[in-house]
Write a protein that binds this ligand. Structure first.
Ligand SMILES: [Zn+2]
Length: 473
């Protein structure tokens, strides 16, 4: 099918909206056809169940590839395990603007509890102003927008000054080892000449009448551990003090009450200070400006515990538990999984050593399931400036704020290779959207409609050769 960039059509309704600052519509953005196309692609994309486990990204990759095929863009699909596919395509540039930019999203989604949904989570249904479906926010909408924009860039035929890569990966929700992790380890050829990565992890909203874009530049580092312990077997009618389960429970209780020390690492300090300018309450803003001293104030920490404490400590969540298969059996084995999140710059080995001291039981084995390195991308790059210019074209007062997130995305795999990766999307979040990973996950249709025009604008600023845009960007 044809993807056309429509002209700047401004309807009467949109003109009325122009009087309200910062309410951009698809019409205002001009690329009506692209916006509608993105909505259509997203609806079909949401109907493919890529719940991970098992993932089944092969079907999603084939779906995205069909569009590339029709647009005449070569692509490659490669499996990291049966049914676990990744998709790659590259538009070639002459390199005059720099290295390639990768548009990255993950095709897998977290599983659903269908009973807690009010709509079919795999229907892609549009109701009122929203598109519903597992993955609407995380991250199939971004995937649909990236695909449509990538095809539009190809169709526009503008000479590119750098390569633009489309990369759709598997397994992000389970740590990415079969997706982005697989690509960096086994297919470095696909990343040749790459400089930038754009993916999920950023957010933008209107604060105090202007757009504030929180661009993710760093994140906490997942360290997933399995504790294992063995012990004597027996009949549950005769309790054993030192059974495997009892020892595990004792270790877990020590972990439950353990709190790592408060630490302010440089990336977090910078991000929290930058937030100060966009906090309405002057006292709270002042506290953020002086974050070094504020973290010593228990009242400040208590008030903001949920929001910022994960950025100030290494954290541990006890998640999976395994013991006997039956109520009346004393199991010889017990295990528990811990989801630990370390601050940027922390040493996983040292953290495991601390945990070993906390557990204080040499019988408990600690097996790492996922170890990553948290690294940081600095603001101020050509990609940063292009993002800023793109935002300011829509709101002259818009600002970009470097942010550190407590969760993680696939960005760290690319940062470890030295690429600059930013968490940024073309969407303006609304509190009525959401929740990612929750029931009735939904995105505003207007966000999806506007997405391609904004992303295309960014790519024109960043990747189209200077001659083609008159050297103004
Ligand atoms: Zn995600």
């Amino acid at each position: 099918m044809r993807i056309t960039r429509a002209g700047r059509r401004i309807s009467g309704a949109a003109l009325a909206l122009l009087l309200v600052p910062f309410v951009a519509t698809a019409q205002q953005e001009g690329d009506v056809d692209l916006g509608l196309r993105a909505v259509e692609v997203l609806q079909s994309y949401l109907r493919i169940d890529t719940s991970n486990p098992p993932g089944n990204e092969a079907e999603a990759a084939a779906f995205l590839a069909r569009h590339l095929q029709e647009a005449g863009i070569p692509y490659e699909i490669f499996e990291s395990a049966p049914g676990r596919a990744n998709l790659y395509a590259r538009l070639k540039g002459d390199g005059s603007r720099g290295g390639a930019i990768i548009l990255l999203h993950h095709m897998d989604v977290v599983p659903v509890d269908p009973l807690s949904w009010n709509v079919d989570p795999f229907s892609g249904v549009v109701l009122n102003e929203f598109i519903y479906g597992r993955g609407a926010l995380d991250s199939k909408a971004y995937g649909a927008v990236q695909l449509v924009t990538f095809m539009a860039l190809h169709e526009a035929g503008l000479p590119l000054g750098r390569d633009v890569i489309l990369l759709a990966t598997a397994d992000e929700e389970a740590g990415g080892r079969l997706g982005a992790g697989y690509v960096v380890k086994n297919r470095p050829d696909l990343l040749e000449g790459a400089e930038f990565v754009l993916t999920e992890g950023g957010s933008a909203s209107e604060i105090g009448g202007r757009q504030v874009h929180f661009v993710e530049v760093s994140q906490k580092m997942p360290l997933w551990l399995r504790l294992r312990v063995t012990g004597p077997s027996g009949h549950a009618a005769k309790p054993l003090r030192d059974s495997a389960v009892n020892r595990l429970v004792r270790a877990l209780e020590r972990i439950r009450i353990y709190r790592g020390e408060i630490k302010l690492v440089p990336a977090v300090a910078e991000a929290l200070r930058a937030r100060a300018g966009y906090i309405v309450d002057p006292a709270v803003a002042e506290a953020f400006r002086n974050i070094e001293t504020s973290i010593g104030d228990p009242a400040f920490l208590a008030a903001l515990a949920e929001e910022i404490e994960p950025l100030l400590r290494n954290t541990i969540s006890i998640t999976v538990l395994n013991g006997a298969p039956n109520t009346n059996i004393i199991s010889t084995e017990a295990s528990a999984d811990l989801d630990c999140r370390l601050l940027p710059g922390e040493d996983p080995g040292r953290f495991i050593a601390t945990l070993t001291d906390v557990i204080d039981d040499p019988g408990i084995e600690i097996e790492p399931l996922l170890v990553t390195d948290a690294t940081e991308s600095r603001p101020g790059t050509p990609l940063w400036r292009a993002l800023e210019a793109t935002a300011r074209a829509r709101d002259p007062e818009a600002v970009l704020v470097p942010n550190v997130i407590p969760g993680f995305t696939d960005s760290h795999y690319f940062r470890e290779l030295g690429l600059v990766a930013y968490g940024w999307t073309p969407f303006l979040s609304s509190p009525r959207e959401g929740p990612a990973h929750g029931a009735d996950e939904r995105m505003l249709v207007t966000n999806v409609e506007r997405g391609p025009a904004i992303l295309l604008d960014l790519l024109e600023r960043l990747a189209v050769s200077r001659e083609a845009v008159g050297g103004v960007r």
